[in-house]
Structure formats: structure tokens, C-alpha cells
Design a protein around this ligand. Structure first.
Ligand code: F6P
Length: 320
């Protein structure tokens, strides 16, 4: 293997830059050449790519977003789009591809490998932490720290005004951000899509708190479970209680990556290069029990990543 390419795809996540840096520098260390593809699979199709060197990734380890930019490519979902991308594989002499992104990006990479037999390695990069086969994805730690910071600030107002706040967080179909940030922020209720919840229980908990003299509360809602505004309306209907809703939105995606995400990204990016050099052809990198390991690419999306029930139950006990 002499020349590999790297791209970032799907939603950006903090630490993607650290992963790009690791891929480029580890590859160069081993004498490989690296092509950087811009705008994910869109740039792959449109030949928006060029060589990277040690200097291309200088001064980026601390920056959020992705210097390679990113996109969600509809065209790569078509066989015509992938055929155009393969023309560029041949034109640029690319012998292996590192895809940094979420499960949708991994699916695209898998189909591409099946059709054209080019080795692909996935590096999990998404704030959602919804990729099976890894305990952590790059960007999740930074995102939950952002949410916890928001909870802290909102709690100041909640206690001062004796109010109930509802905080809607991202995660698509996954409740990982809500659960972990809710636990770390001491949220009174956490609503996630993986588990059924009842508004009655939420109201009951609020009521119990009121009886004990607790006049403020924070409810964290994963966007995949319900909209914060709907929850607020339902609470109003059942209890007459006014609640304030904050939708954190895209501010959860940006920002300087935490040390954890930088270390994870550095280790995973380097491992991806090692896997390509060791003739792995359709794999992902994952963190399992603290170790960086390889798993078949399908492991990322064949099964939905389960939520940690123990953590969920603990959050309930601690927020009584
Ligand atoms: O997958 C990351 C994510 O931020 C999800 O949590 C969210 O649902 C989605 O992307 C938003 O996508 P977009 O930035 O395209 O609106």
C-alpha cells in the first residue's frame, strides 16, 4: 500500500480534526502518501481532493469541525455516483480509504467496498455515540460536556426563579447524549427514545418534588424521544405548571474537543492506518474496554446500539 485517502462525512464532530491529523501523520511516518478528500463523498465524486503533508494538519488538534469539510451526499447513494467516485480512485491511485463519520457514512463505505473492492476503514466520528462496535465515538465526550455546561447555567436560573426547565438535546434516534449529560448534570428526569416513558410519571415526580419543597427541576429530552415543546405542553395540560424550553441544537456539535476526544481521535486515526497496512479491507475502529480494536464494518449498523440500562436506572435513583 502506497497511497491512501481520508475524508470526513455526515455531521461534523469535535475531534474529527485530531483524527485527520493522526491518519496523515501516522501514514507519512510509515512512508505512505495521503490524499485529503474535501466535503465527504461529494468531494470524492467531484474529484475535490489533493495531497496532504505534515504541515497540512499542523495546528488543528484543538479545533472543532473538520478542515476537510463534510457533507451528506445523496449522489453517493446511487450507483452512478459511486461509479464516478471510483473513477477518481483510479485517477488518483488511491489504494485504501479512511472514512471518518457516523453509521450512514459507514454504510456508504461498505457498499463502495462491495462494488469496487477498495479497502475501507471506518473511524467513528459523531456526537450521537450511536455506533455499535465502539463504546465511544469521537465528539460525544465534547458534546456531553457542552450539554452539562448548559444544564449548569440553566440550573442557576431554575433555582433562582423556582422554575422547571426542559432541555432538548440532539442524538437523532439515540438517547446517549441525553442520558449521560442528564446523569452528569443531575437532571430530575431523562427522556430517551430507547425506553418508553410516561408523562404521568414525569408529572408525578415533579409533584413529589414540590411536596418536599423542591421548586425547580430540569428535564432532559432527547430529540428522538419527543420535542421539548410537546413535553412542555403535556406537562401544562396535566398539572397546569408552566415550564421553559431550551433547544440546544447545533451548538452541541462545535467547540474545541476535550482531551478525551483528542486522545480517542489520535488513537483511532492511527489505528485505521495500521489496519490498512495490515490488509484489513472492510473494518471499523472501535474502543472496547479502553482498547482500540478492529471490528467488521457491519458491526456499526447491523444492530442498534443498546442503551446502558444500569446507567439509566442509576440516573433515576440519584434524581429522586
Ligand atoms: O448526527 C449528528 C446530528 O447532530 C444529530 O444529533 C442531529 O439529529 C443531526 O445531526 C442534525 O443534522 P443536520 O446538521 O444536518 O441538521
Amino acid at each position: 500500500m502506497q497511497r491512501i485517502a481520508v475524508l470526513t462525512s455526515g455531521g461534523d464532530s469535535p475531534g474529527m480534526n485530531a483524527a485527520i491529523r493522526a491518519v496523515v501523520r501516522k501514514a507519512i511516518y510509515h512512508g505512505l502518501e495521503v490524499i485529503g478528500i474535501q466535503r465527504g463523498f461529494s468531494g470524492f465524486i467531484e474529484a475535490d481532493m489533493g495531497p496532504m503533508n505534515l504541515g497540512s494538519v499542523a495546528d488543528i488538534i484543538h479545533r472543532g469541525g473538520t478542515i476537510l469539510r463534510t457533507a451528506r451526499s445523496e449522489e453517493f447513494k446511487t450507483s452512478r455516483g459511486r461509479a464516478r467516485a471510483f473513477e477518481n480512485v483510479e485517477r488518483y491511485g488511491i489504494q485504501g480509504l479512511v472514512v471518518i463519520g457516523g453509521d450512514g457514512s459507514f454504510r456508504g463505505a461498505e457498499i463502495f467496498h462491495n462494488e469496487y473492492n477498495i479497502p475501507v476503514i471506518g473511524v467513528p466520528g459523531t456526537i450521537d455515540n450511536d455506533i455499535s462496535g465502539t463504546e465511544y465515538s469521537i465528539g460525544f465526550d465534547t458534546a456531553i460536556n457542552t450539554v452539562v455546561e448548559a444544564i449548569n447555567k440553566i440550573r442557576d436560573t431554575a433555582t433562582s426563579h423556582e422554575r422547571t426547565f426542559i432541555l432538548e438535546v440532539m442524538g437523532r434516534e439515540s438517547g446517549y447524549i441525553a442520558l449521560m449529560a442528564g446523569l452528569a448534570g443531575g437532571a430530575e428526569s431523562i427522556l430517551i427514545p430507547e425506553l418508553n416513558f410516561s408523562i404521568n410519571d414525569v408529572c408525578e415526580k415533579l409533584y413529589r418534588g414540590y411536596k418536599r419543597g423542591k421548586l425547580h427541576s430540569i428535564i432532559v429530552v432527547a430529540e428522538g424521544a419527543a420535542s421539548g415543546i410537546d413535553i412542555s405542553k403535556q406537562i401544562k395540560e396535566q398539572t397546569g405548571l408552566e415550564t421553559k424550553v431550551t433547544i440546544l441544537g447545533h451548538l452541541q456539535r462545535g467547540g474545541t474537543p476535550t482531551a478525551f476526544d483528542r486522545i480517542l481521535a489520535s488513537r483511532m486515526g492511527a489505528k485505521a492506518v495500521e489496519l490498512l497496512m495490515s490488509s484489513y479491507v472492510k473494518h471499523m475502529v472501535g474502543m472496547v474496554e479502553g482498547r482500540i480494536v478492529a471490528a467488521p464494518l457491519e458491526a456499526a449498523f447491523e444492530e442498534k446500539k443498546p442503551i446502558d440500562l444500569e446507567v439509566y436506572n442509576l440516573a433515576g435513583i440519584l434524581s429522586i
